[in-house]
Design a protein around this ligand. Structure first.
Ligand code: NDP
Length: 332
């Protein structure tokens, strides 16, 4: 696969460029930045042939098969629409767009053009989450009663930019982390949250955006979900718990980019540590995307998955703003 990077971003440099190069004969052919100087220095630093400052320049390269969009969130929609119009497959960062209507338009445009469109929700690629899902599917915990998600972390200083002070760029912990939690819960329970209640706060980092949020979601099966996201918590560690009629899965340190963590299954028979694969999450997502482009299977998280995680985040934001319970609107 020959990739074009739309966005000279941290996530591309820390994870995605390596992931692209690790799959088959994956090549990163060009990178786009809004600044020509930054495009050039980013290309040099990462050994990318071309750094460009004009989107059409990148999209008109017939050698580029697919683009990876990792600009700030307000740019995803126009850049994805342009890429689709140019016939490129799209792997887009979360949240897909600034609102559900735009996200739906992106996914539909790709579908009409016969192009693969995927969302970069990494957590469902983790060996830990695949093992949790397998245990649920194998009936190890019986009927699921509830899920608790602990995703309150400390935003590293090098990421304390637009996320904490720019609502116009899609800043705030709700667009940043609630979307991942929504995708992970949907992945495990195979159902879509129906209704949410929430509160949010600025607890030390957020300027004009929330940096912390707690919410409760009602699932169609009757299961309840409780989530906590934050940018300001230095020490709690992350976690994901699924409680059922016959057992509980208690996983620690699994809401992360790295293939780490511990999973304990507790049932009437006692306590058991569940083993899991320690593969790279992003490499798996890229490999499944490339397979989908080659006509084999579907991406790990599709465009529709990205629409749905954004719809949950929108409902959480509205519930926190209004103080009322909000039905999740998936846009039909
Ligand atoms: P960054 O802030 O690193 O990058 C976003 C944009 O900011 C870049 O496209 C770049 O603009 C500009 N930028 C970055 N660094 C600099 C700099 N030193 N000087 C000037 N401009 C700079 O964002 P992230 O990589 O953290 O996030 C990008 C996207 O990826 C977001 O949508 C985010 O939600 C998502 N993300 C997803 C993750 C996942 O695991 N799925 C993890 C982290 C982020 P330009 O391209 O114009 O140069």
């Amino acid at each position: 696969m020959r990739w074009g990077l739309i966005g000279a971003s941290t996530i591309a440099s820390e994870w995605m460029i390596d992931a692209m190069r690790s799959v088959g004969d994956g090549e990163v052919a060009a990178v786009l930045s809004s600044s020509a100087e930054r495009a050039g220095s980013y290309a040099d630093k990462h050994d990318i042939a071309r750094g460009v400052a004009d989107l059409d320049d990148l999209l008109s390269d017939p050698g580029i098969d697919a683009v990876y969009i990792s600009t700030t969130n307000e740019k995803h929609f126009p850049q994805a629409m342009a890429a689709i119009a140019a016939g490129k497959h799209v792997l887009c960062e979360k949240p897909l767009a600034m609102n559900v209507a735009d996200a739906i338009a992106m996914v539909r445009a790709a579908e009409s053009a016969g192009l693969v469109f995927a969302t970069n929700h990494h957590l469902r690629n983790a060996g830990s989450h695949l093992a949790i899902k397998q245990a649920i599917e194998d009936g190890r915990i019986g009927k699921v009663l509830s899920v608790r998600v602990f995703h309150a972390v400390f935003l590293p200083p090098h990421l304390q930019g637009w996320r904490i002070n720019n609502p116009g760029a899609g800043g705030g912990v709700i667009p940043d982390i609630v979307v991942h939690d929504a995708d992970t819960v949907r992945f495990h329970l195979e159902e879509d949250p129906q209704e949410v209640a929430a509160m949010s706060a600025a607890s030390g980092l957020g300027e004009g955006v929330e940096d912390s949020c707690m919410s409760v979601w009602k699932m169609p099966s009757g299961a309840m979900v409780q989530t906590h996201e934050s940018f300001t918590h230095k020490y709690p560690g992350t976690g994901f718990e699924v409680h059922g009629t016959e057992g509980s899965i208690v996983a620690r340190n699994v809401m992360t980019q790295k293939p780490v963590g511990e999973i304990e299954l507790v049932t009437g028979a006692g306590r058991e540590i569940l083993p899991f694969s320690e593969h790279n999450l992003y490499a798996r997502a890229v490999a499944m995307f490339c397979d989908a482009v080659a006509g084999k299977g579907r991406p790990s998280a599709s465009g529709v998955d990205g629409v749905k995680s954004l719809a949950v985040a929108e409902a959480v934001a509205e519930a926190a703003r209004s103080g009322s319970r909000v039905s999740v609107d998936y846009g039909g």
